[in-house]
Each structure stands twice: as structure tokens, then as C-alpha cells.
Design a protein. Structure first.
Length: 101
């Protein structure tokens, strides 16, 4: 968790891309109600106060709220988990999903 209360994961871009292999994904933060389904290239691609994910300058997956404090809002600590589901391109059912992290 950085000084802006953004969540910095240990998931690097290479691992994300290799595991996902171009498949659609959902990132869950704290609960299924907090979903991210796309990656930003910058913070300003998302409206103020909205949840976002991007790969930071060091190449790690970062979860943030634009102009907000994600870790504080979601009560996350350095031991909290972020869950990523990659979907099978052919199937949209639960049986066609793979959990990554």
C-alpha cells in the first residue's frame, strides 16, 4: 500500500499476460461487488472516485480509486488478497473460469 493508499500487488505484467493469454478477466477487490474488468493505461481514463486497475511504472498491478484512497475505503492491509478470474473465451459459465491469484 503506497502513500496515496493505492494497492500495489505482487502480480507483474508478464505473469498477468502469460496467464491470461488475452482472455477477459474480472478483478475482485474485497468482495464481488467491487469489480474491475479492464486495465487502464493512466488514472485519468476513469472518472473521479471510480475503482481502477493499471500496471504501475515498476510493472506491478495496482488497484486504485481515482483521487481516492482505495486501501482505506476497502479496509485493506498488506496481507489482503485481490482475486483475479480469467474467463474461458468459449464459455461464460462458472465451469469455464480459472482463478489466477
Amino acid at each position: 500500500i503506497d502513500s496515496y493508499q493505492n494497492i500495489i500487488s505482487n502480480i507483474d505484467r508478464q505473469t498477468f499476460d502469460r496467464t491470461g493469454n488475452g482472455r477477459p478477466f474480472v478483478i475482485y477487490v474485497q468482495s464481488k461487488g467491487n469489480r474491475i474488468t479492464r486495465l487502464n493505461k493512466s488514472y485519468n481514463e476513469t472518472a473521479e472516485g471510480e475503482l481502477l486497475a493499471l500496471f504501475n511504472h515498476a510493472g506491478y498491478l495496482e488497484i486504485a480509486i481515482r483521487n481516492g484512497r482505495a486501501a482505506e475505503l476497502f479496509n485493506l492491509t498488506t496481507t489482503s488478497a485481490v482475486r483475479i478470474i480469467f474467463e474461458d473465451k468459449k464459455e461464460k459459465s462458472n465451469s469455464g473460469q480459472q482463478t489466477l491469484f
